[in-house]
Design a protein around this ligand. Structure first.
Ligand code: CU
Length: 153
């Protein structure tokens, strides 16, 4: 077939055809996502968050596991229910014998929760008072003190 001459003579249509093919390919390619919006999803901006002071607390039958000394000031409680029952948690400020904080709801087995909280310096009791758990020993005592006041004796 003398296609060589024809393609040379109709170079323009051939190019258009090629372009059309490319356009189809591109549109087919984009068809999967249905929109180009996924391309515009920029990486989340790197926000310089203030250093988070985490207080790790594990709840299980029937103990509250946490360090006996915690930093005072703004902290984030990282509570994990590692048990197989529901648990709650509340903090009692020993000096005034008042509950300064408690969970909004019980944590189910395996549940993790982060709660921002400000701790005044002093002695606390962390208690799960759900269903008689406290009586089975599900509490812990800890002291909150300024981080700069550590390492002294
Ligand atoms: Cu409990």
């Amino acid at each position: 077939m003398p296609t060589t001459i024809i393609s040379k003579r109709y170079a323009q249509p051939a190019f258009v055809s090629l372009f059309a093919t490319a356009a189809i390919f591109i549109s087919a390619c984009g068809g999967g996502g249905d929109s180009a919006s996924s391309d515009t999803t920029a990486a989340p901006p790197v926000v310089a968050e203030p250093e988070e002071v985490a207080v790790e607390i594990d709840l299980l039958e029937y103990v509250v596991e946490m360090n006996a000394v915690q930093p005072s000031g703004e902290v984030v409680l990282r509570i994990t229910n590692r048990g197989f029952e529901e648990h709650n948690l509340l903090f009692v400020f020993v000096e005034s014998d008042s509950t300064i904080w408690e969970t909004d709801s019980r944590l189910g087995p395996g549940e993790r929760r982060s709660v921002p909280l400000t701790l005044d310096p002093g002695a606390y009791k962390a208690v799960c008072d759900f269903s008689g758990h406290e009586g089975r020993g599900m509490f812990a005592e800890f002291v909150a003190r300024a981080p700069s006041a550590e390492s002294g004796t």
